[in-house]
Design a protein around this ligand. Structure first.
Ligand code: SAH
Length: 234
């Protein structure tokens, strides 16, 4: 297995993140498999191990201190791609049931094989569009937490994610430096989807984390049909 870069370990230390030896071993196996499969499948543009550890793993772990301690939580990671932030969070919180969703079937196959290979019964990955799954009663209004990183601009992302949440459930939207601008564009989406911005937090590495809380059940009009949320954002 490849070595864990010292830069990652010291960044974790600085943020008071303390993965156990077993969690580090799982993260290491994940990085190795991701880089290996990435040679023939486009899972990430980051091609060297240190970049994956810092830009993907560390960035994902920044959510850990904000995850609630309650038992029996259900979380959904929308647009997981190669597994961020879903896989690192599922490694850090094996007590949470994680559903990873992506519309691209081969990415989902990678995620399911990975989870099986690493022995993570708390992870399942589903190949489906958010617009479809968000109308499925087995998923709609079911989750305590939804995470999403680099999936869509905020007005679109809100329409795709909020239907999955229970009332009082939380969305962690991992955005880039455009977060403030995207928030301004999201006024109508915030109102129509009955969500409240709880916290907006600059992250080490230039990211910006936005926490939303769902206040009321989602109107049956949302999410709209496949492609419409992106074509005609709220
Ligand atoms: N979260 C990962 C991947 C980001 S790329 C990371 O941070 O590295 C965005 C991913 O979202 C892609 O894999 C794409 O297939 C998926 N995606 C985009 N729109 C989607 C939708 N409407 N439903 C499901 N998946 C979607």
């Amino acid at each position: 297995m490849s070595e864990i870069p010292a830069s990652f370990l010291s960044a974790c230390e600085e943020q008071d993140l303390h993965p156990s030896p077993e969690q580090l071993r799982l993260l290491q196996a994940y990085v190795d498999q991701l880089l290996q499969v990435n040679q023939h499948m486009n899972l990430t543009a980051v091609r060297e191990a240190e970049g994956v550890w810092m830009r993907h793993i560390f960035d994902s772990l920044l959510l850990v201190p904000d995850l609630k301690a309650d038992l029996n939580q259900k979380a959904l990671d929308l647009g997981s791609g190669g597994g961020f932030p879903g896989i690192p969070l599922a490694i850090m919180r094996p007590d949470i049931q994680w559903t990873l969703v992506d519309s691209v079937a081969k990415k989902v196959r990678f995620l399911n094989e990975l989870a099986q290979g690493l022995g993570m019964p708390n992870v399942r990955a589903l190949a489906e569009r958010a617009e479809v799954l968000g109308r499925d009663p087995e998923h709609r209004e079911c989750y305590h937490l939804v995470t999403a990183r680099a999936v869509a601009r905020l007005p679109v992302l809100l329409e795709l994610t909020i239907p999955f949440l229970r009332v009082n459930g939380l969305l962690a939207a991992m955005k880039g430096e455009q977060a403030a601008k995207e928030l301004k564009e999201s006024r109508r989406a915030i109102e129509r989807l009955s969500v409240k911005l709880m916290r907006s937090q600059a992250q080490p590495g230039g990211g910006h984390l936005l926490w939303f809380k769902k206040r009321r059940p989602t109107h049956t009009a949302y999410p709209r049909a496949v492609g419409i949320p992106a074509q005609k954002p709220l």
